[in-house]
Design a protein around this ligand. Structure first.
Ligand SMILES: [Zn+2]
Ligand SMILES: [Zn+2]
Length: 133
């Protein structure tokens, strides 16, 4: 099997900095429950739910995501369809926006963790139809 991996190239919506480093998306985060500030690395591989962080995040904790470059909040005024926690968003380099849930343990948490299959398919199509330079 030599299926090409879909690597999500995430950019900051505020300053445009590329947030994908290798196969990880690097974000700064603040955990409200534990009052901790740290870094979160989400897998940039489409459909991979892996997450690495130096924060101690109890299951169900809500995290405020920020851009590590310009320090602007990435949070949206929009609740997660699955759990009601605030959503965060980053831009995709090829066009489009990637939204993800800020609650640890929610299926919508990591990149690619969409609750809506239609949304996921349309994003996939956008990515596949976007020529890479
Ligand atoms: Zn930024
Ligand atoms: Zn959620």
């Amino acid at each position: 099997m030599n299926r090409p991996m879909l690597l999500l190239e995430a950019c900051c919506p505020n300053c445009g900095a590329l947030l994908t480093e290798g196969q990880r998306v690097h974000l700064d985060a603040y955990c409200r429950d534990t009052n901790q500030d740290g870094e979160v690395r989400l897998s940039a591989i489409f459909g991979d739910y892996a997450i690495e962080t130096d924060l101690k995040m109890p299951d169900g904790a809500v995290v405020d995501f920020r851009c590590p470059v310009c320090d602007q909040s990435l949070m949206l005024q929009m609740p997660c369809k699955l759990c009601g926690a605030p959503m965060a968003s980053v831009n995709l380099k090829g066009g489009g926006v990637l939204e993800f849930c800020s609650r640890a343990g929610c299926r919508g948490h990591a990149l690619g963790g969409f609750g809506d299959v239609d949304e996921m398919m349309s994003l996939l199509n956008t990515m596949l139809n976007t020529p890479h330079d």
